[in-house]
Write a protein that binds this ligand. Sequence first.
Ligand SMILES: Nc1ncnc2c1ncn2[C@@H]1O[C@H](COP(=O)(O)OP(=O)(O)O)[C@@H](O)[C@H]1O
Ligand SMILES: [Mg+2]
Length: 368
Amino acid sequence: MAVVRRLRLRDFRVYAGADVELGAGLTVVHGSNGAGKTNLLEGLYFACTGRSCRTSNDRELVRFGASATRVEADIEAQDGTHRLAVGYAPGEPKRFTADGAPVERLLDVPFRPLVSVFLPDRLDLIKGPPALRRAHLDQFVTGLWPARAAARRDYAQALAQRNALLPRVRSGAVTRSALGTWDLEVGRHAIAIRADRERAIALVADGAAALAEDLGLAGATELRYRPRSKALTPEEFATELSERLDSDLERGFTGHGPHRDDLALIRAGRDLRIYGSQGEQRLGLLALLLAEREALERERGAPPLLLLDDVMSELDAGRRGRLIERVTASGQVVVTTTDLGHVPGAGAHGVRRLSVEHGVVREELRAA
Ligand SMILES: Nc1ncnc2c1ncn2[C@@H]1O[C@H](COP(=O)(O)OP(=O)(O)O)[C@@H](O)[C@H]1O
Ligand SMILES: [Mg+2]
């Protein structure tokens, strides 16, 4: 199992320079509002994935007044210690290295830990457009079964070929029958993608429902995949496509298939996205992420690094205890809080405790 033992941040957000050791199990980061807690989690996420979990604009990450940022993580894996690093200067491409050697992306680095992050201010996954949920679901599929990423690449390619033919069919340059082989090819990969997603959701559905109840979301919670297609074979899928050909020709792209599917969290029979309060949406999201983490542990043998930003204030004391117990059962967890009293066991043996103030990290308790 890969564990992040150390994180170094240079000119990242509020941090001019920070060098932080993490516990192998639970690390608690506490500090007042604006102290830099979320920035620390973001730095950790950035070092492990090469992306921010808060923004798609990397410029925001560079400390005010600085010209570049650099983030490094030391990772302890079965075969020894490794290092991931990300460097970024606005206007230049991001640079990634693994053990000092340049790599194109961190996602392919074998010792990179998977990361699961909960940020209370990012409810896009629940509230945003279906594309975000599809991307999340597909990322989860890849986390479970890395080789399955190929199905999505193949699908995207076949779909692009079909889309490229549509204007030529429309103009009469080629006949409708020219689409036939691509319809079948799109169908073949579409069915594989749907099967992967269904399988992945089946692995988390019960866990998410149980966790939602445990966390205090009233009313039964259900995770529901909403595929567009009902086809069981490539031929049936091709038929579905041909039934929609007129509108595809009009729009100039394919409007049917797994690239239009959605995933819904249903609570007490209603879509949480539409009817849920912010608090309910947060709990639903948290339940989903934790269920995914547990499924990844069952499937891959190790749970992802879990980053929980400020979740404790949402929960009553009993639920805080159950949450901490559950997430620290195995794997590495970093929890932030404004109030140490909200993290049961924050002083326990084996827990690492850090305090943050004005972008300075202090070590308060050192895990054994
Ligand atoms: N690029 C940046 N350079 C310097 N400071 C930043 C940058 N981005 C955000 N900050 C500051 O970082 C501070 C800490 O933010 P944050 O980590 O979200 O605090 P919290 O501890 O409440 O989670 C905020 O006051 C914010 O203004
Ligand atoms: Mg914060």
